[in-house]
Design a protein around this ligand. Structure first.
Ligand SMILES: Nc1nc2c(c(=O)[nH]1)N[C@H]1C(S)=C(S)[C@@H](COP(=O)(O)O)O[C@H]1N2
Ligand SMILES: [Mo]
Length: 322
C-alpha cells in the first residue's frame, strides 16, 4: 500500500478526514490491526500509482457528499475485502495485492454509442474535477462500512460516448489477467471470470453513481479495485465492480457475475432492501464496521438510506425484481 502524507491538510479540514489520517498514522505506528481475524498486510509492495494520479487525487478539495456517521478506518476498509480475483478470503485481496500492476490502464468503451473508443486512465480524468464522497457500502453478506472515495460521476464518463436511443443498459467488465490475479487461475471457483456487472442506463446516469480512483486521500490500493472502480451506494456491494477495463452500451439486460452464479440469491437490481431477505439470511440488519474497528449491529435501510433513487424504481415490484 502506498502511504503518503497529504501536504495540503489544513486546520480547516473537516474532522473525519483529519481523524482518519491521524488514525491511520497511529495504526501504522502501532502495526495494529483493528478487526480481529485479519491477516497482517503482505510484505511485498504493490506497484506505485503514477505521480500525476497521486497528485490529482490528493489535491481533491471538493467534498460533495459527507456524512455524520463514523468513517471506517482505512486499515479495515483495505484489509477486509471482497475481490475474488485475489481469492475468496477477506484478507486475500490485501495479501496478494502486490501481484497486480494496474499501470498503465485502459478502458474500452463501445456497443450502442456514436463515439466508441479506448481511453487511458489519464484521459478518463483529464479536464474533470475529482470530488470526495463519503458513501455507505453495504455488502449482501450483511456487513457495512463508511468510506471516503475520490473520483467522478459515472455519467460524466459515459455521456461523451453518446449512447444511442436503443442503448438501455450498460455492461461493465473487470480486467482478465490470470498471470496477476490468482483467483482467475484457480481450478475451482464460485464465479466465472471476467467479473461482469450491469446497470440500467438511467441508474448509470444517476448523479449518485460514482467511479472512484482514490480513497482516504490516496489512489485506490489494488485490493480496493485499482485503478478505477464503480460505487453504487444504494445497491449491494457486488454491483460495485472493481478494476474496470471495459464498458459496453447494450439493449438487453446484460449478464452479471453473482446472478450467473446463483440467480435465486442474487438479482440484477440488488437494491439494498431490509424487507427482502437473502434466502439464507436476513437483510433487516447489518454489522457496521465503524471507526476504531468498532462493530455494531444497526438496522438496514431501503436503498441503503439513499432515498433519492426511489423514483428509478417506481411501479416495480422490488420483491420480484430484487
Ligand atoms: N471485480 C470484482 N469486483 C468486486 C468484487 C469482486 O469479487 N470482483 N466483489 C464485490 C463485492 S461482493 C463487494 S462487497 C465489494 C467490496 O468492495 P471493498 O472490498 O472495497 O469493500 O466489491 C465488489 N466488487
Ligand atoms: Mo459483497
Amino acid at each position: 500500500m502506498i502511504i503518503q502524507h497529504r501536504p495540503d491538510l489544513t486546520e480547516n479540514d473537516v474532522t473525519p478526514k483529519s481523524a482518519y489520517l491521524n488514525r491511520r498514522q497511529l495504526m501504522l505506528a502501532a502495526g495494529g490491526v483493528a478487526l480481529s481475524g485479519i491477516a497482517p498486510a503482505a510484505l511485498a509492495t504493490p506497484p506505485a500509482a503514477p505521480p500525476w494520479l497521486s497528485t490529482k487525487v490528493s489535491n481533491t478539495a471538493y467534498r460533495s457528499i459527507t456524512t455524520d456517521e463514523g468513517v471506517t478506518d482505512l486499515r479495515d476498509a483495505t484489509s477486509y475485502n471482497n475481490f475474488y480475483e485475489f481469492g475468496t478470503g477477506k484478507s486475500d485481496p490485501s495479501s496478494h495485492a502486490a501481484d497486480f500492476n494496474p499501470y498503465p490502464w485502459e478502458i474500452e468503451v463501445g456497443g450502442l454509442c456514436d463515439n466508441p473508443g479506448t481511453l487511458d486512465l489519464e484521459s478518463v480524468l483529464n479536464g474533470k474535477r475529482t470530488e470526495e464522497r463519503i458513501y455507505r457500502l453495504r455488502c449482501v453478506e450483511a456487513w457495512s462500512m463508511v468510506i471516503p472515495w475520490i473520483g467522478i460521476e459515472l455519467a460524466t464518463l459515459l455521456k461523451p460516448f453518446q449512447p444511442t436511443a436503443n442503448a438501455r443498459y450498460v455492461a461493465f467488465e473487470t480486467v482478465l489477467r490470470p498471470n496477476e490475479l490468482r483467483g482467475q487461475r484457480s481450478l475451482f471457483s464460485f464465479i466465472d471470470y471476467p467479473y461482469v456487472e450491469g446497470l440500467r442506463l438511467d441508474e448509470a446516469m444517476h448523479p449518485l453513481a460514482f467511479l472512484a480512483v482514490g480513497m482516504y486521500g490516496e489512489p485506490l490500493p489494488n485490493q480496493s479495485g485499482a485503478p478505477i472502480r464503480l460505487l453504487m451506494p444504494w445497491k449491494y456491494g457486488f454491483k460495485s465492480i472493481k478494476s474496470i477495463s471495459k464498458i459496453t452500451f447494450v439493449e438487453q439486460m446484460p449478464p452479471t457475475t453473482w446472478n450467473l452464479a446463483n440467480a435465486n440469491e442474487y438479482g440484477f437490481y440488488a437494491n439494498v432492501n431490509p424487507q427482502v431477505d437473502h434466502p439464507r439470511w436476513s437483510q433487516a440488519t447489518e454489522r457496521r464496521i465503524g471507526p476504531n474497528g468498532d462493530i455494531r449491529r444497526i438496522n438496514t435501510r431501503l436503498f441503503n438510506g439513499y432515498d433519492e433513487v426511489a423514483s428509478l424504481y417506481q411501479g416495480m415490484d422490488l420483491r420480484k425484481q430484487f
